[in-house]
Ligand binder design. Structure first.
Ligand SMILES: Nc1ncnc2c1ncn2[C@@H]1O[C@H](COP(=O)(O)OP(=O)(O)OP(=O)(O)O)[C@@H](O)[C@H]1O
Ligand SMILES: [Mg+2]
Length: 214
């Protein structure tokens, strides 16, 4: 489903990615591990269309994302890609339900409230619809962020240290949630993590060092 070939990326003279290739199959949960500065987030941002490579090719299903213009890319991202970051990045003025609805509102779908509620139910957040992010625990806020990532039924969810900011119990709960979404929904994940437990639970763990995939 995802195929990256010979990705290079430089920031000024600093070579951050030195020819990275990888593939991800549909329904796989792949983790990317490696030391700080190895280039993991840079790679994830390129795979997720948030940044562009200097050279190389990224295919997501049949789409060569390097060939899309800015508007096509924004639309493709909104419809096909979900993101979860270390910090939840929920909009503080909006309720949990409104935050989860946001991607479908952006896609122009006005009738998505039942799906948003169903997702929140599914993630055990049925009592949190009207809470604002400031009224949620870290683990709850991160689960809302996962619900938001899933809202448009993305082909793939990219996560960058999704449990980096959670205590160990909430981290474990989040790992189990990812496994459940994979098993029950067939959701594909690519997750950058420093968490060994999560790497061991994943289908495949890729290791990066110094801009290369080992
Ligand atoms: N926008 C940028 N401008 C300049 N340099 C950058 C930029 N983004 C990343 N870098 C550099 O690229 C290298 C790789 O960064 P990256 O964030 O991909 O590492 P990482 O593997 O995700 O590390 P960590 O585990 O600490 O998150 C680092 O040396 C970083 O300083
Ligand atoms: Mg990083």
């Amino acid at each position: 489903m995802i195929s990256a070939r010979n990705i290079h990326k430089k920031y000024d003279s600093l070579e951050v990615l030195k020819g990275v290739s990888m593939t991800v199959e549909k329904g796989e949960l792949v983790t990317i591990v490696g030391k700080s500065g190895a280039g993991k987030s840079t790679l994830l941002h390129i795979l997720g269309t948030l940044d562009n490579a200097d050279s190389g090719e990224v295919m997501i299903n049949d789409t060569n994302i390097g060939k899309l213009n800015k508007n096509e890319l924004a639309d493709f991202r909104n419809r096909n890609i979900g993101f979860v970051f270390q910090f939840h990045h929920l909009l503080p003025e909006f309720t949990a339900l409104e935050n989860v609805l946001m991607p479908s509102l952006i896609a122009g779908n006005k009738k998505s409230e039942p799906r948003a509620k169903e997702l929140l139910d599914y993630l055990g957040l049925q009592d949190r619809f009207e809470h604002k992010p400031g009224q949620l625990s870290g683990g709850e806020a991160q689960r809302i962020a996962v619900a938001r990532a899933l809202m448009n039924k993305p082909l793939v969810v990219f996560a960058d240290e999704p449990t980096g900011n959670l205590d160990s119990q909430s981290s474990r709960d989040m790992h189990q949630l990812f496994l459940r979404l994979k098993k029950e929904l067939g959701q594909t994940f690519v997750i950058v993590t420093h968490n060994i437990e999560l790497a061991e639970l994943s289908d495949r763990s890729l290791r990066m060092a110094d801009g290369l995939m080992l």
